[in-house]
Design a binder for this molecule. Sequence first.
Ligand code: G4P
Length: 525
Amino acid sequence: MSNNFSDEVLSRRTFAIISHPDAGKTTLTEKLLLFGGAIRDAGTVKGKKTGKFATSDWMEIEKQRGISVTSSVMQFDYKDARVNILDTPGHQDFSEDTYRTLTAVDSAVMIIDSAKGIEAQTLKLFKVCRMRGIPIFTFMNKLDRQGKSPLELLAELEEVMEIESYPMNWPIGMGKEFLGIYDRHHNRIEQFRVDESERFLDLNADGEIDGDHPMKQSSLYDQTLEEIMLLNEAGNEFSREKVANGTLTPVFFGSALANFGVQTFLESYLDFAPSPQARNSTEGKIDPLSEDFSGFIFKIQANMNPAHRDRIAFLRICSGKFERGMTINIPRTGKQLKLSQSTQFMADDRSTVDEAVSGDIIGLYDPGLYQIGDTLTVGKNKFQYEKLPQFTPELFVRVTAKNVMKQKHFHKGIQQLVQEGAIQLYKTVKTDEYLLGAVGQLQFEVFEHRMKNEYNAEVRMEGQGSKIARWIEGDVDESLSSSRSLLVTDRYDKKVFLFENDFALRWFQDKNPDVKLYNPMDMEQ
Ligand code: G4P
């Protein structure tokens, strides 16, 4: 294939933004899209603030989810790069899809609210990136407000996340006294609230301002120089290799709202973020530059129109070129399919996509043939990409059929939805009851609705609250099951304990040191 093709692939930067709600993901995304010219006005990126919805109202959920369909993937060009940003839904939309999205990216941007530090949802998403060895770039946001000190934020990052950090730049003051950032990477200062022509101030070889400058009058400047010296002497060394394997995160400071530090961040990010990487398959690593098209499905979204059963499958292209109308294989089923309906997602609309290459995400019309995790290949290729990891559910409900006469529908629906990856199914060892597990509440509501509408089976769900699920290595004595440490089996018949809380887990481990428990999400690859 032409050089043109490899240039295209190498220009791709595909990432997700991970953050806790309110850290500034929507605001940062919007600023990035503005730089890329993908949107003209701020306020275009729709996200959560489309009004609260009653969680039982399906149409509203669909509306909400419809919005997340269009903003699921956003693409723009910046200089020589083509950037794909994948949304990781949070809030009420938090689900396994949020995690699975992270299997489709080559890097992640983590936004931290500098006043709050590291929050729960950020940590959860970070762990998934960590498990996959994805490079992580950190943006410390809201420097226009008073927050934690930058040294404190770095220490927290290294302690809580156990990752080395390298500040690419460093704030000079914060809140009302925020003067700008000291850009170590470009050896310059970027000034806040000054005329555009004065924004960048180049530094001399010692990393200081030459001659007279008002900035030098401020004690904050001296303090910054001291801190930079400290970082140079005692901080981590920058290492491209460590960034690439996800063990060191470059850190940027700024304010998404004030659009300060965002462009510097974007440009440095594009310098260091990886282009599409080779991925493991049943036939070894597949090179993103290889000619044959392949990809995998990481998300399936029900159609907005409940009258139609069709769905959109989100495909990450891992090698070759997609051309509309091409015929592909689904090695899992052995079926072949012509891909004639394909969609690309831009900030606030969708358009038909005719061509796309490794690194890109496209939406495919799904007549019901795909499953989450499916590999698509062409020609004689029958390999499959690595199975998507199983994510540890935190919320559980007991589920039964409302109408005992409809048991058949009930079982069929559950089996199919579980296979599709919409929800996880567990069975209690002693009593053979069905429990469903999810990482977000919305998954239960979607399940209930789809059981009724697609399988004509109304369900009764009794909330069991949150539990800590731990898988067991080897076998275990069933008599250890109790209400506080409930023994269940997963869909592969593996035994799992559901602990009532952290205390119950620790108590159990103390009493039964021989039982080897593990959390699949803690396993490094
Ligand atoms: P999210 O998508 O991560 O949930 O966060 P979002 O961007 O919606 O930002 C959450 C709130 O934080 C918003 O304020 C937003 O304006 C604010 N924010 C984002 N970046 C910055 C920043 O750099 N500095 C400051 N001071 N605030 C920032 P809101 O009042 O909740 O919403 P809105 O009414 O402004 O939309």
